[in-house]
Design a protein around this ligand. Structure first.
Ligand code: 3AM
Length: 174
């Protein structure tokens, strides 16, 4: 099963983020409201039961996150990810590190790239229309804050429409 660990966003924050998404065009795909999340770790193919056992032992504190920026990642093939960023937050980074340390006890190979917290809002599968990107990045970034009192293990299923994410387990923060 293809798995990742993320923070689910409440419907009111998802609504805010929807209003920042760029317009759809031929090569741009917006993330649907129910699929918006903040990834902590991408795991890839893994055994959900083993991961669940590992995550169930985590004790970490709840915290508040604030939206803060809008940005873009671009890869070597010119594909872009358009995202909303959150204000730097030591609790978020501590949670991400704690989960990583816990998962090191399983045989999962974790991402080696530096963690850049973001909420993906849209993806361009080829070069994006530059006007759409400029318009997206020129918006005043949202500043809404929201409580984080749990994280979740998600499964990602790929079909002809793209990836579909579903929560398979939730873990409360204390
Ligand atoms: O939080 P976002 O939406 O940016 O891009 C994928 C998505 O991140 C990322 O994991 C999240 C859930 O699918 N992802 C997918 N394949 C990946 C990979 N091979 C990956 N991240 C790192 N390596």
């Amino acid at each position: 099963m293809r798995l990742f660990i993320a923070i689910e966003l409440a419907a009111d924050i998802q609504q805010v983020l929807l209003s920042y998404q760029p317009n759809t065009d031929r090569d741009l795909r917006r993330v649907q409201q129910s699929q918006l999340h903040l990834t902590l770790h991408f795991l890839g193919e893994a055994d959900a039961q083993i991961i669940d056992q590992s995550l169930a032992g985590i004790r970490a504190s709840r915290f508040e996150l604030c939206l803060h920026s809008l940005g873009r990642f671009q890869d070597r093939r010119q594909q872009s990810t358009l995202w909303a960023g959150v204000q730097s937050n030591s609790h978020l980074l501590a949670l991400q590190r704690t989960i990583g340390q816990q998962l090191q006890q399983t045989e999962i190979a974790l991402e080696s790239r530096r963690y850049t917290p973001h909420i993906t809002l849209a993806r361009c599968h080829r070069a994006c229309n530059p006007a759409l990107i400029q318009h997206f990045l020129a918006q005043t970034a949202p500043t809404h804050c929201f409580p984080v009192d749990e994280f979740a293990l998600y499964r990602s299923d790929l079909d002809s429409d793209g990836a579909h994410y579903r929560i398979i387990q939730r873990y409360a923060l204390v």
